[in-house]
Ligand binder design. Structure first.
Ligand SMILES: [Mg+2]
Length: 236
């Protein structure tokens, strides 16, 4: 396991995950699902409760994302089936509805702009000292809209998506691809992300430094972590 060197001056490039690290995925996704629940009249369609709808959707969505990351299903299947299966769970069998919701979800969600506290001030600080980049598993058509709408684009030299790389995190090849594209070297690169399995172990396998963003302070086998973006000004 590579390590994070506290107060390191040896890093030249910092790679950020986007969803759940800078862009507040939980809040933005909740708002989007709420819009969808209302706009499509899902209570009237037979789904009794929004919280239940969201809980089931999230479980199904994570399972399908796992399959997508592993390359066993295509993006279009993921986009539609996460809603088709959620509706089915509540006994609503309506393919047209699932498709319409799927389209709205990817058009509404990236227009949401909740970021984690201190995102802008931290990135402004870091940009003066390091080259900053994004490595994300999200879809191209969604992730670029998110970065633009939330005013993050200008901080980053390179945005690397799993679609560009042809593989998803935690496959070390996406990190190696990112190093090639940015001209960075693994030893002087640091990956910052909120998912141990996807961001942290993936970056470690590619020989990069890692720093785990854990707002809930999950215990983590001794991996360097922080719980607020504001802490990065002290650490880096
Ligand atoms: Mg994330």
């Amino acid at each position: 396991m590579g390590t994070f060197i506290n107060g390191a001056t040896s890093y030249s490039d910092i790679f950020f995950d986007l969803d759940g690290t800078l862009w507040d995925f939980e809040t933005n996704s909740r708002e989007t699902l709420k819009d969808i629940f209302e706009n499509f009249g899902l209570r009237q369609a037979g789904i009794p409760d929004f919280e239940q709808f969201m809980g089931i959707y999230r479980t199904i969505n994570s399972r399908l994302w796992e399959q997508y990351r592993a390359g066993s299903i295509k993006k279009d299947i993921l986009k539609i089936n996460r809603f088709a299966q959620t509706l089915n769970y509540f006994g609503v069998v309506n393919d047209g509805l699932a498709r319409a919701i799927a389209v709205d979800y990817v058009s509404i969600s990236p227009t949401k702009t909740h970021l984690f506290a201190h995102a802008h001030s931290t990135l402004r600080y870091l940009k003066k000292k390091y080259r900053l980049h994004i490595i994300t598993n999200g879809f191209n058509e969604v992730q670029f809209v998110k970065l633009n709408k939330s005013g993050l684009s200008s901080y980053f030299n390179h945005i690397i998506t799993s679609e560009m790389a042809g593989v998803s995190k935690p496959d070390p090849r996406i990190f190696i691809y990112a190093l090639e594209v940015t001209g960075a070297c693994a030893q002087h690169s640091l990956m910052i992300g909120d998912d141990l399995n996807i961001d942290i172990y993936g970056a470690a396998a590619a020989g990069m430094g890692q720093l785990y963003f854990s707002p809930a302070e999950t215990s983590n086998n001794g991996i360097s972590q922080f719980k607020s973006l504001a802490e990065l000004k002290k650490l880096l």
